[in-house]
Design a protein around this ligand. Structure first.
Ligand code: FES
Ligand code: FES
Length: 161
């Protein structure tokens, strides 16, 4: 079948099989490797994308179901101010990025910051559940999200929350 959708701001049309995952469509047809193959069960966040404004695991989304939708991958998100807030916050807090779970961590942070101006430590740890990052300790992750929250509020309103 042929489907059309918006990918990182551009209208695209592609042929896909009924049983193809969105993750595979993005990586193989569009050569976008930022969504990674992790657990393939919707748990680890490595394959996250934004689908119609909501962060979702692309490994459990059938490609055909995204007809008419808007998808933003980490490659597209990396062009935004929101991404830069998180990257700067992570860097400030010493959050390590070996490359494997960056996508999951960045989108987990964005999900938290979209819901709360300054999430609590408990909310942050719950938001990163399942990611299983081997490179970063929980305290650094909490520090990274809080630093990103401050950076975002200063960018938007000229002050910290
Ligand atoms: S690979 Fe999709 S959530 Fe883990
Ligand atoms: S950054 Fe290396 S496993 Fe998470």
């Amino acid at each position: 079948m042929t489907i059309g959708f918006i990918l990182n701001g551009e209208d695209v049309v592609v042929k896909t099989e009924a049983d193809r995952r969105l993750l595979d469509l993005l990586r193989n047809n569009f050569k976008l490797p930022g969504a990674k193959l992790g657990c393939l069960g919707g748990k680890c966040g490595a394959c996250s994308v934004i689908l119609n404004g909501e962060v979702v695991p692309s490994c459990i989304i059938p490609a055909f179901s995204i007809r008419g939708s808007e998808i933003i991958t980490i490659e597209g998100f990396a062009q935004t101010e929101e991404y830069r807030d998180i990257a700067a916050g992570f860097s400030q807090a010493g959050v390590e990025n070996c490359g494997f779970c960056d996508t999951g961590k960045i989108f987990a942070a964005e999900t938290l910051l979209a819901k709360a101006v300054r999430p609590s430590r408990e909310e942050i740890l719950a938001g990163f559940e399942g990611i299983n990052c081997r490179c970063t300790d929980p305290d650094s992750l909490v520090g990274g999200v809080l630093a990103a929250a401050d950076i975002r509020q200063r960018r938007l309103y000229g002050r910290s929350p």
